[in-house]
Design a protein around this ligand. Structure first.
Ligand SMILES: Cc1cc2nc3c(=O)[nH]c(=O)nc-3n(C[C@H](O)[C@H](O)[C@H](O)COP(=O)(O)OP(=O)(O)OC[C@H]3O[C@@H](n4cnc5c(N)ncnc54)[C@H](O)[C@@H]3O)c2cc1C
Length: 434
């Protein structure tokens, strides 16, 4: 299906279907969402990003506006709006039953053009799905409406000072009281995005013995006695409020368990999949933004008597960047399509390894493009103001897409192990057919 040209006309600054080329994936509601989110970001985010960054936070009123304008339910839902969420507003008035993985892609792709704004949704995007998918009806009814209305906030708390990649060895304990009515939580969580302004932590805790079999998901109210939070200052992404959390004899109602006791590990691993795709969406748009600004600069800046773009070496750089960005986009679309045609469980089972490798590719592409663009900008690529400012910010932040959500080396290894597992399963099935 073809459509009108939309957005920047510079090469690879926008997805191929924005140029009017045909694509099987997008229909009218995707085009409408694209336009609405772009306008929303241009009006409500772009003019304020610099001042929010200087203040180190996005004002609370903006989050309330996000709720009113229909950004929260899509941010929390991912590729499908659940039936019982259909009364919440959705940006662009997209019908909830029409929302699919490509709406999710367009939503984040456009939102990321506003940079900072997406960081205030991180906790919601990764913390709400376990509650929606595995929380008891009691817990969902009690907690989710305020989260989706923007009155309270949630984040995901898995990582600890001594257990990051190695989730199965986490040490925060949640011991049942003798009457079975509460858990007593002790331990520490580190690097928790949005922690400082969240009301609930979707936390991974040890309720049983050693290893993966002793881990559960527990929703911990932040305002419980014994919870302490302090902000960790990181170079990139100040607005995401990275937090160190300490739990000291924190009493949590046993009904706040999410999923089965000691059955949390598989849920945690499954939950990483959408986070990883969503990180890929961000890396992709970050690369396109770099290209947009760097093209404009290369056509204008004169060096050795001619515009930069007249230098064959510079053109070569653009060619390689464009190729990588288009490859990444095509792979993202393929995965989104596949997930849209599988159940949640099947997607997790069959596409977890591919998703891990896609995240790796996204991080590598994001970093490669940002580095090349910084070089083309010269000194301006290192300054926080001026024409290279966006490229500077993206190049500083790109590592935040490579380590969180599963570090690059660990993801490569996971991708290979999962591919081997799939291959063995297929070969067994093939042998049994013969
Ligand atoms: C900005 C930021 C935000 C974050 N947000 C959250 C959040 O909201 N919630 C949350 O729970 N966590 C969050 N994290 C934590 C993040 O998921 C972890 O930092 C990440 O999983 C890596 O864990 P680690 O830092 O402990 O590194 P380690 O596990 O110590 O690993 C360090 C390095 O060692 C190498 N390595 C480790 N194991 C292997 C292996 N098996 N094979 C090959 N190489 C290996 C890799 O190169 C890896 O990068 C965030 C982190 C950052 C930096």
């Amino acid at each position: 299906m073809t459509s009108e040209q939309f957005g920047s006309t510079l090469p690879w600054a926008e997805p191929a279907w924005y140029t009017g080329r045909p694509s099987p994936y997008y229909k009218e509601s995707h085009r409408h969402l694209r336009k609405t989110v772009r306008e929303w970001v241009e009006t409500n985010v772009v003019p304020h990003v610099e001042s929010w960054d200087a203040a180190g936070e996005v004002p609370k009123s903006v989050y309330a506006q996000c709720a009113r304008d229909g950004l929260l339910a899509p941010a929390a839902a991912g590729r499908e709006i659940p039936e019982d969420w259909r009364s919440y507003p959705i940006i662009g008035g997209i019908k909830p039953e029409e929302w699919d993985g490509f709406h999710d892609l367009v939503f984040w792709d456009e939102l990321y053009r506003g940079g900072a704004i997406s960081s205030i949704f991180v906790g919601l995007t990764v913390g709400a799905p376990p509650l929606r998918l595995y929380g008891s009806p009691f817990l969902k009814e009690k907690i989710l409406p305020d989260i989706l209305n923007g009155k309270t906030r949630i984040c995901l708390a898995i990582t600890e000072p001594a257990a990051g990649s190695d989730v199965r060895n986490l040490t925060t304990t949640a011991e049942k009281t003798p009457d079975g009515k509460h858990y007593i939580v002790n331990g520490e969580k580190k690097w928790i995005t949005n922690g400082i302004f969240s009301d609930f932590f979707m936390a991974a805790v040890r309720t049983g013995g050693a290893g993966a079999e002793g881990i559960s998901f527990l929703l911990i109210p932040r305002h419980s006695e014994g919870v302490k939070c302090r902000k960790i200052e990181i170079g990139a992404g100040r607005l995401s409020a990275t937090t160190y959390i300490t739990f000291e004899d924190v009493k949590v109602d046993a009904s706040y368990l999410v999923g089965k006791e000691n059955g949390g590990f598989g849920l945690i691993m499954g939950n990483f999949n959408h986070e990883r795709i969503w990180i890929a969406f961000q890396a992709l748009r970050g690369a396109r933004l770099c290209l947009e600004d760097t093209w404009a600069w290369a056509m204008k800046r004169e060096v050795f008597g001619k515009p930069l773009i007249e230098q064959p070496v510079v053109r070569h750089k653009f060619g390689l960047m464009g190729k990588k960005v288009e490859e990444l986009h095509a792979w993202i679309e393929q995965l989104v399509y596949e997930l849209d045609h599988m159940s949640h469980e099947e997607g997790n089972k069959r596409l977890g390894g591919t998703t891990a490798l896609l995240k790796v590719e996204a991080g590598m592409t994001g970093k490669y493009v940002a580095d090349e663009c910084v070089k083309i900008f010269g000194g301006l690529g290192l300054t926080k103001t001026g024409q290279g400012a966006r490229v500077e910010a993206i190049s500083r932040g790109v590592i935040g897409l490579i380590v969180p959500g599963g570090s690059e080396d660990v993801m490569i290894d996971l991708g290979v192990r999962e591919a081997l597992k799939q291959s063995k399963t297929m070969s067994k099935a093939k042998a049994s057919r013969l």
